[in-house]
Design a protein around this ligand. Structure first.
Ligand code: ZN
Length: 136
């Protein structure tokens, strides 16, 4: 998981990049694979769906805006955590496990508050990170 070899044969690194969409919207913290050898870049397959949804929501002529992709995508959030200096030494699996625990706690809280919309949002976030894990 989260490892990729470049077409040129070198292992690719995961980086967070700022992407400008439609010359108006800055989307920060988009996780990409980058090859340190030939500089080829490709978007993480795990986040393609979230990015596509974001772009669809923005429409063709979005207003000037700045978005932190980590607020939209659980993978972007986790990778931002993984590249944060304080947690860099922890394996991504640990970060995922911690985040799943955190989301489950919040879901219990949302349920006890009978906040249906919040609970649905949390369930959506949870499914973003558990889906690829369960599939592998
Ligand atoms: Zn390469």
């Amino acid at each position: 998981m989260l490892q990729k070899t470049c077409e040129c044969g070198h292992p690719m690194e995961i980086r967070l990049r700022k992407v400008i969409y439609a010359r108006a919207v800055e989307v920060d913290n988009v996780p990409v694979y980058m090859c340190p050898h030939c500089r080829r870049i490709s978007i993480l397959p795990e986040i393609k769906e979230d990015l596509a949804r974001l772009i669809r929501d923005l429409g063709l002529e979005p207003e000037r805006n700045a978005i932190d992709f980590a607020d939209v995508s659980e993978w972007a959030y986790l990778i931002a955590q993984a590249t944060d200096e304080s947690r860099m030494h922890e394996p991504i699996q640990q970060l995922i496990a911690d985040r799943v625990d955190q989301l489950l706690d919040l879901m219990l809280l949302a349920r006890s508050l009978e906040d249906v919309a919040w609970e649905a949002e949390l369930r959506g976030r949870l499914s973003q990170i558990t889906r690829p894990v369960l599939a592998s």
